[in-house]
Design a protein around this ligand. Structure first.
Ligand SMILES: Nc1ncnc2c1ncn2[C@@H]1O[C@H](COP(=O)(O)OP(=O)(O)OP(=O)(O)O)[C@@H](O)[C@H]1O
Ligand SMILES: Nc1nc2c(ncn2[C@H]2C[C@H](O)[C@@H](COP(=O)(O)OP(=O)(O)O)O2)c(=O)[nH]1
Length: 226
């Protein structure tokens, strides 16, 4: 069996973590683990951590580190046989350290996207709240405007995605992410990508992963759209 591959993807809200994670999972057969999805699953299942997490999310806050690690690390233990890409975790240095004690990462992908681009993207972001499925009215619109492709249920726009809210979210992101970025830089596993378009970033990430994940055979998958 080839060596398992473990990666995290970081970036501010709207930077394309979810979009790029889906492409990586699809092209390289990694499991895409989204911390937001784990939180939503725990909320739906009314687990102790989920009920606690909900009290913070309602206020627009990050879930505290100890709740988040309690919710997430056991899920990683279930994944010991799989290669995975973790999206949305770690967001803080404490989370990065907890993850570091649980497993060895191969790479940390860091998306560095200009503020104006983020604002523009999130203005057009629509979400299916139950599943966390994300659409963009320009980039990847649903088949029917305002309706989720899979369930037929209505899509919503998050209050948090308004340009006014975004500036504060971004400032907060920068403050908490900087020590995490420095942590991975010091470990020599940080790969930062800066551009305004996912389709420009994707071939570079794909090329990097092709050299690191032995099972990939063809670089045809690294075209701008997978
Ligand atoms: N690593 C984490 N640490 C703390 N809270 C988290 C973490 N991951 C998810 N959450 C909580 O779950 C919520 C939903 O997470 P999710 O990543 O889906 O959405 P988001 O915050 O809108 O992120 P983005 O805009 O970057 O996609 C977050 O707003 C936050 O409250
Ligand atoms: N116009 C445009 N929109 C993009 C691009 N890449 C992703 N998007 C869209 C999809 C989403 O609606 C929004 C944010 O992307 P996302 O993958 O949800 O980001 P993230 O919050 O998980 O980091 O932007 C892109 O390259 N161009």
């Amino acid at each position: 069996m080839s060596k398992l591959f473990r990666a995290v993807i970081m970036g501010p809200p709207g930077s394309g973590k979810g979009t790029i994670s889906e492409r990586i999972a699809h092209s390289f057969g990694l499991k895409h683990l989204s911390s937001g999805d784990f939180v939503r699953e725990n909320i739906s299942a009314k687990t102790e951590a989920g009920v606690l997490a909900m009290t913070y999310i309602k206020k627009g806050l990050l879930v505290p580190d100890h709740v988040m690690t309690r919710l997430l690390l056991p899920r990683l233990v279930e994944m010991t046989k799989y290669s995975w890409l973790l999206d949305g975790f770690p967001r803080t240095l404490a989370q990065a350290k907890a993850l570091n004690s649980a497993c060895d990462l191969d790479i940390a992908i860091n998306l560095n996207i200009p503020l104006e681009t983020l604002k523009e993207r999130l203005r057009h972001r629509w979400i299916h709240p139950a599943s966390g499925r994300v659409y963009n009215m320009c980039f990847n619109p649903p088949r029917v405007q305002g309706i989720d492709d899979i369930t037929g249920e209505p899509l919503i726009q998050q209050e948090d995605d308004r340009p006014e809210a975004l500036v504060a979210r971004l400032r907060h992101y920068k403050d908490v992410a900087k020590p995490v970025i420095d942590f991975y830089k010091a470990k020599g596993i940080l790969y930062t990508y800066s551009d305004t378009e996912t389709d420009q970033i994707w071939p570079n990430i794909c090329t990097l992963l092709s050299t690191r994940i032995p099972t990939i055979q063809s670089d045809a998958r690294c075209a701008s759209t997978p």
